[in-house]
Design a protein. Structure first.
Length: 739
């Protein structure tokens, strides 16, 4: 029986290989096919005794990754060969040297880059996940293909994660949403980004995911019919103009529907643009732009456009290389529909990103937006001295940032992330210009350095040779390039002052009959509650540590060692308020239990999402404040689970009869007579609910109210919300969380 199964498996493996060659985006030469065959045979042999958790032969995983690399990302033979062998060095006895001998240095270099990423994870006991991300992003320095193959590897892992334990699924899915999906987005891989986001949601918020999927299925027929109606109207008009095109309907991704529901506080039914139409037309390079605007004209002849939602990425492509025209029009039944207009070339770049961009760029001398971004990225990676979490935060912001287009005084166009300031612009010109910036003018007017730029602004930078960055500048900029440059200059200044500070400190301690040494420096760092010796020397250098404070240290030091320890032990991270808070909670240990053993531990409720009993929650072990409890859909949850997976504790409520919690409700509706009276009646008629505060206002027939209620648990709160919604005139009731 086993023989037959193995035979069947071998046939399936051979079939997969043929499929891999068939679906390759690049045209493969005979040499390419030989290279892929050699890598395939090598990987099959290396992984022959290995199986995945699901029980299938391990080799299916590298083949699947190679297929994604070949067809969806569109890379060539070198990358396909590297993808087939991406796990051999990590999981078997094969070495990089062997691969270099058997294949070529480029394949070996990519496999080595992928192995480095994999090895980082292994020694992660308590080191931060962010540090792993930083190291992974450093491989972008070597070859962007390393990251592209890593994204393909992550996509296949996400597609086949069902047999993993739940805590691992949440960790991997959080990492995916936190860093891999934004990376795929930045490299122009929109299809892969969408799939990673949807799969990420499937494992981080499974109920929400299932709910949206079932609702999409329910409304599918109606939506298909709706898209058909619009398509038929447009087809007739486009055919009359003799345009060669095809139209496809594209439902919005599950993740983007969820994001919209959250951002706008609406239900599934209230999300209007749940689908888009894409018109892809054939064109020679010369007529591309002309045809796009011709199609725009035809579409807007039939459907009224929303001028504020026109996106022209044909005149100014995104820095990822993405080009398209996005028109939002009012369709039948009063619904907004997004229509995307792209040529076949633009469509390929949108689907394949990096690879297609290079296919069409042959012979072009102009540097692409992606190249510019990769160069900026290398600069940020090389000069980054920040801690890993800050670095990943900055990096991530630059991955997903929407873009604005601004002009230099000479009329050259520059792309910056949305939210960038006039000081960011100065650094984008050149770091020396940024450092010497004294002032900025936007559209001829002098503006503060932290002035937020808008598309179309023209910026002039005024410099001075004597100007130097200050610490405040870090608050004036948003781009990681500017932040890194400012930090580097500040650090250099700090080091100079610290060197002088060390000499001053040595002299002052000598007067106090103390010889400076490693242990004395550590004692002083502890005494002044600082983090590093650099902080200590810097403070002495700028005169922030006075002679009297050093005398206090000398007096305390001359006492016994015991007194010194007492002094340091007294440095508790808890304030009196926190202790009172702990006491209040200590009588309710049975409210929340942690971990598989259901331990009852001390905790505080996080103020960023204010969980109450009945909410889905998890515990996060902080450094100074014990366990903090967050809601699973807290805005910070994905970042915490991704960066600090080892500090996450499972938590659940088990008894909520003894404690009451505050919840704030925002109520909007039409200002009808007696609404306030009805509202207070409904709340006070709900048992176990007390009103703590209520503020109501009406303006031009619109009613706005905020009510703070004290409830025992989530079930009672949900019942109350349902009852308020039934009041005549009430439109929406939402729970408000403090930011």
């Amino acid at each position: 029986m086993l023989e037959i199964d193995l035979e069947k498996e071998n046939k399936a493996i051979a079939q997969e290989y043929k499929e891999l060659l068939r679906i390759s985006y690049q045209t493969l030469s005979d040499d390419d096919k030989k290279l892929i065959r050699k890598a395939f045979d090598f990987a099959v042999d290396a992984h022959k005794d290995m199986r995945r958790k699901s029980g299938e032969a391990y080799i299916f995983h590298p083949i699947a990754v190679a297929k994604i690399v070949a067809s969806e990302i569109g890379l060539g033979a070198t990358s396909i060969a590297a993808a087939l062998m991406h796990d051999v060095v990590e999981d078997t006895d094969v070495t990089i040297e062997q691969i270099e001998k058997l294949f070529n240095p480029k394949v070996a270099q990519i496999v080595e880059g992928l192995t480095k990423i994999a090895q980082v994870k292994k020694d992660m006991n308590i080191s931060m996940q962010a540090e792993n991300f930083r190291k992974m992003l450093l491989t972008l320095n070597d070859d962007v293909r390393v990251i592209l193959i890593k994204i393909a590897d992550r996509l296949h892992n996400m597609q086949t994660m069902d047999s993993m334990p739940e805590h691992k699924q949440v960790k991997i899915a959080s990492e995916t949403l936190y860093i891999y999906a934004p990376l795929a987005h930045r490299l122009g891989l929109y299809n892969i980004k969408t799939e990673l986001e949807d799969l990420g949601l499937k494992y981080t918020e499974p109920e929400v995911y299932r709910d949206i999927v079932s609702k999409i299925k329910e409304t599918k027929e109606e939506q298909d019919a709706y898209i058909r109606d619009i398509s038929n109207v447009l087809r007739t008009a486009l055919d009359q103009e003799g345009i060669d095109y095809h139209i496809k309907g594209r439902p919005k991704s599950i993740y983007s529907i969820r994001r919209k529901m959250k951002a706008q506080n609406v239900s599934f039914d209230e999300v209007y643009d749940k689908f888009a139409l894409r018109i892809v037309y054939k064109s020679n390079p010369h007529d591309e732009k002309f045809l796009a605007w011709k199609i725009y004209s035809i579409v807007t002849d039939h459907y009224r456009p929303s001028p504020s939602r026109l996106r022209d990425w044909i005149s100014s492509p995104k820095s990822t290389g993405y080009e398209a025209l996005h028109i939002t029009v009012m369709g039948p039944k009063g619904r907004w529909v997004e229509i995307q207009v792209r040529s076949e070339r633009m469509d390929e770049i949108a689907e394949k990103g990096y690879a297609a961009h290079y296919k069409y760029k042959q012979g072009a001398t102009e540097e692409s937006g992606l190249d510019v971004w990769l160069n900026l990225l290398k600069e940020a990676l090389e000069s980054s001295e920040t801690n890993a979490v800050d670095f990943v935060q900055d990096f991530k912001m630059n991955l997903y940032a929407k873009e604005i287009f601004v002009f230099t005084p000479k009329g050259e166009i520059k792309s910056l992330p949305k939210g960038a300031t006039s000081l960011d612009f100065a650094f984008s010109i050149h770091s020396e210009v940024g450092i010497r910036t004294r002032g900025t003018k936007v559209n001829g007017k002098l503006v503060p350095l932290n002035h937020e730029l808008r598309s179309g602004d023209q910026i002039e930078v005024i410099t001075s040779p004597n100007q130097k960055p200050t610490v405040n500048w870090l608050d004036y900029v948003t781009t990681s390039r500017a932040k890194n440059k400012i930090r580097n200059v500040l650090n250099e200044d700090m080091k100079k002052i610290a060197e002088e500070g060390r000499e001053i400190l040595t002299r002052k301690l000598r007067h106090l009959k103390i010889t400076i040494s490693e242990s004395v420096i550590n004692e002083l760092v502890n005494f002044f509650r600082l983090k590093t010796s650099l902080d200590l020397f810097y403070r002495v250098g700028i005169g922030a540590i006075e002679n009297q404070q050093l005398r206090d240290y000398a007096n305390q030091r001359s006492n016994t060692l015991i007194n010194f320890f007492k002094k340091t032990i007294k440095r508790s991270p808890h304030t009196a308020d926190e202790d009172i808070h702990k006491q209040q909670l200590s009588s309710n240990y049975d409210m929340l239990v942690f971990g598989a053993e259901q331990d009852r531990l001390d905790y505080t409720l996080s103020t960023c999402c204010n969980p109450i009993p009945g909410d889905d929650v998890f515990g996060f072990v902080t450094i100074n404040e014990g366990i903090k409890v967050h809601k699973k859909d807290c805005p910070n949850a994905i970042a915490l689970q991704s960066n600090y997976a080892y500090r996450i504790m499972t938590a659940k409520w088990i008894d909520s009869t003894q404690q009451q919690f505050k919840a704030i409700l925002k109520i909007t509706g039409m200002d009808t007579l007696g609404l306030t009276n009805k509202l207070t009646k409904v709340i006070s008629n709900n048992m176990h609910v007390n009103i703590q505060s209520i503020s109501l206002s009406g303006e031009a027939g619109i009613f706005n109210g905020q009510v703070a209620v004290i409830v025992q648990n989530n079930t009672i709160l949900k019942k109350l919300i349902d009852n308020i919604k039934k009041i005549d005139g009430v439109d929406k009731v939402t729970r408000v969380y403090k930011n």
